[in-house]
Design a protein around this ligand. Structure first.
Ligand SMILES: O=c1[nH]cnc2c1ncn2[C@@H]1O[C@H](COP(=O)(O)OP(=O)(O)O)[C@@H](O)[C@H]1O
Length: 226
């Protein structure tokens, strides 16, 4: 392929984002595993941190559908959906990485509402990619959420890494598919689909039972559409 001018830095990390990862490729890490990694200065793996920001609002959409609030995702440069976040720099912790990436991607002001360690939900290792993904979930007020959405338009990475900020539809329509289950049929970066599912249940925006129903509807649709 012709040299299209990627800097050595991008070329080096470009392999991490290749599409086609399977959920099973990501092994959940225990808190002991993570502690050991921290003691080793997070070596020998590459790390990335991503965060789900949400607000809670019980609402009847069009007076019909139970809506639980909104969670923030983004359309990424590579055409997949993901959470704000990115790769950890040398000398950073996963939490520092997340707060830096959020400033760059969504104009998040860490002095006002930084993510903290108790908002860490799960971490996963992809052995093939030698990559650890750290995932955090943060609740904000509706006002803060709307302000962050507006900020994204002025953030450094808008139009480069982040092509648009979106609200995940947290409701299901009468056919049991449109709304959240249909949203799951999109293409997601890394293990972002399973992070979304885990994050929404951890945030108590979905009960385990409602989530199981949504996953069944999504899987049924995928099976019948191929
Ligand atoms: O929201 C996400 N959840 C889980 N993994 C993600 C998400 N977004 C990107 N990834 C994965 O994380 C790795 C780092 O990608 P990312 O593009 O965020 O870093 P960068 O912005 O520093 O280049 C890639 O393997 C990518 O597939």
């Amino acid at each position: 392929m012709a040299d299209i001018g990627w800097g050595p830095l991008l070329a080096e990390s470009e392999g991490y984002g290749r599409l086609g990862d399977k959920t099973d490729d990501y092994k959940p890490l225990t808190s002991d595993d993570i502690e050991k990694l921290a003691e080793a200065g997070f070596k020998p793996h590459q790390h990335a941190s991503h965060g789900m920001i949400f607000f809670r609002k019980q609402n009847k959409l069009w007076d019909i559908y139970e809506q639980k609030g909104f969670a923030m995702m983004q359309m990424r440069f590579d055409g997949t959906l993901g959470f704000p976040g990115g790769l950890m720099d040398e000398g950073e912790t996963p939490l520092q990485c997340l707060n830096r990436e959020l400033r760059e991607e969504i104009g998040f002001d860490p002095t006002k509402h930084a993510f903290s360690d108790n908002e860490h939900i799960a971490s996963y290792l992809h052995e093939g990619k030698n990559l650890v993904l750290h995932f955090y979930v943060k609740e904000v007020s509706a006002e803060e959420y709307f302000a962050l959405e507006t900020n994204t338009l002025h953030a450094h990475e808008y139009g480069i890494e982040t092509l648009g900020i979106i609200r995940v539809p947290l409701f299901t329509m009468g056919d049991g598919l449109r709304g959240f289950p249909a949203f799951l049929t999109n293409n997601f970066a890394g293990n972002a689909r399973s992070q979304l599912i885990t994050g929404l249940v951890a945030a108590k925006l979905f009960t385990q039972e409602d989530m199981t129903k949504a996953i069944e509807a999504y899987k049924g649709f995928m099976k019948n559409s191929h």
